[in-house]
Every structure is written in structure tokens, then in C-alpha cells.
Design a protein around this ligand. Structure first.
Ligand code: ZN
Ligand code: FE
Length: 256
């Protein structure tokens, strides 16, 4: 089976959209369209016809172009069942464990509440790709606007269980700021220090640091590592439970 062909489109200040096609069926999806014009231009350039908008959550910088793109391309809009009232133009609703059929490909749906309630992620297993919106970022995770630390930690654990080579296609280029923060949480992590160097070099040349692999995130992202002995020691939280450590890391990032 062939894999999805994926194009990353930078929009607004720091958002990434993902335009992707199943080569066997010509199904074409866009993840979280904040703006329509860059998507329409790329579709034109590639000669592709949009069939689906794939939304991870309701925020405007992920759904802002839903209605314009639907009107211009007659695509279907896909999102969480629990966000049906908040996602403009939604046609297909999905919940935890659902299999979303996209041409000849399928995506398994993970409910990953925390940043918002009703946030979902799409795991295209055959292509080793996760579209995770604002849940997991390169060296970071989404702010907890609607959910609790316990909910976000549960969501991140679902992502942690995916294969190590999964490409983490998140929705923002926040990596450099995340890196500055991460080294304050786990200064003894050699792989993290190496990665921070690579990130700074890439950003100095305006090269995207996204996507990353799940393995990189497991080894270096503090939000996936509240069980790391180095982090627990740095935070002096030897007697705390893991959710409390996660909550403390999130709290420190909010005020960093
Ligand atoms: Zn968001
Ligand atoms: Fe966002």
C-alpha cells in the first residue's frame, strides 16, 4: 500500500497546515486550515482537488478557513463528535477508537483532551503519521485552556504508545521557545542538549523543526518525561505522583 504524500504549509505567524493525498484514490485532505488562500494556491500548484478538511479542535487558528474552503471546493469537514457545535461546517463526527476512512487509507482516532475538551488526533498508521494539532509539540505540549493536567497526561500517554518512528505533525513552530524552557527542566539530558543545538541552527536559517519523530520526543520532551529521574530530582518532587510532576512542568512553562 502506498503512503500519503504530505506537504507542509506555513501560515500566520507560526502555524503549520498539512496538505496530504492518498495517491491510490486521489483523496486530498488539509489539516486545520487557518487560512484559505495558501491552501488554494498549493492545491492549484499541485493540481489536486480537496476532498476533506480534517480538524483537530475548534480554535480559530485551526478552523478559520473551513467555510470558505468548503464553499469553494465542496469538501467534507471532519472533526470530533464532542466539538460538533464548535467546528464550522462539520459533516463527519468521530470519537475515540473510530477508524476514519480516507480513500484507501485509514486513520485511527485518539481523543486527546487537555488543550481543549474534544481535541482529537488522527493516526495514519500505514504512513506512520500523527496529526495531533495543539496536543504534542516538538519539545512542548499545548496549554491547558479547557482540560486538566490529568486529562492532558492521559492524552499524551496515548500518543506515547504509538510506534517510535511515528511522525509528529503538530500545528505550530514553537520549538525554539520550547527548547529554552526544556533545558531548565532537564539540564542533564545529553540528547536534549544536542537537540537544542540542532534546533537553534535550523531556526537561524528559518528551517522548520517540525515534524519530529515520537522517539525524539520521548527522549527529550519534558512533557513526555515526568517520570524521568533527572526531572524529578531537578523539581525536587521525589514524593509526588506523576500527574503532579506533569502539572508542575506545565505550570512552569505557563509562567516561563
Ligand atoms: Zn489551539
Ligand atoms: Fe493553535
Amino acid at each position: 500500500m502506498s503512503q500519503l504524500e504530505i506537504h507542509q504549509i506555513p501560515v500566520l505567524n507560526d502555524n503549520y497546515l498539512y496538505l496530504f493525498k492518498d495517491p491510490e484514490s486521489n483523496a486530498v485532505g488539509i489539516v486545520d486550515p487557518a487560512e484559505a488562500d495558501p491552501v488554494l494556491a498549493k492545491l492549484d500548484e499541485l493540481g489536486w482537488s480537496l476532498t476533506h478538511i480534517i480538524n483537530t479542535h475548534h480554535h480559530w487558528d485551526h478552523t478559520g478557513a473551513n467555510l470558505e474552503l468548503k464553499e469553494k471546493t465542496h469538501c467534507m469537514i471532519v472533526g470530533s463528535h464532542s466539538d460538533a457545535e464548535r467546528i464550522p461546517g462539520i459533516d463527519i463526527t468521530l470519537k475515540e477508537g473510530d477508524i476514519f476512512e480516507f480513500g484507501t487509507q485509514t486513520a485511527k482516532i485518539l481523543e486527546v483532551s487537555g488543550h481543549t475538551l474534544g481535541h482529537i488526533a488522527y493516526w495514519f498508521e500505514n504512513s506512520n503519521v500523527l496529526f495531533c494539532g495543539d496536543t504534542l509539540f516538538a519539545l512542548g505540549c499545548g496549554r491547558l485552556f479547557e482540560g486538566t493536567p490529568a486529562q492532558m497526561w492521559e492524552s499524551l500517554q496515548k500518543i506515547k504508545k504509538l510506534p517510535d518512528n511515528t511522525l509528529i505533525c503538530c500545528a505550530h513552530e514553537y520549538t525554539e521557545a520550547n527548547a529554552e524552557f526544556a533545558i531548565t527542566i532537564e539540564p542533564g539530558n545529553r540528547k536534549l542538549l544536542d537537540r537544542v543545538g540542532e534546533i537553534k541552527a535550523k531556526r537561524a536559517q528559518n528551517i522548520p523543526t517540525v515534524p519530529s519523530t515520537l522517539l525524539e520526543e520521548k527522549e527529550t520532551n519534558p512533557f513526555l518525561r515526568p517520570d524521568s529521574p533527572g526531572i524529578i530530582e531537578e523539581l525536587a518532587m521525589q514524593d509526588a505522583d506523576i500527574v503532579s510532576v506533569f502539572a508542575e512542568i506545565r505550570h512552569r512553562k505557563d509562567t516561563f
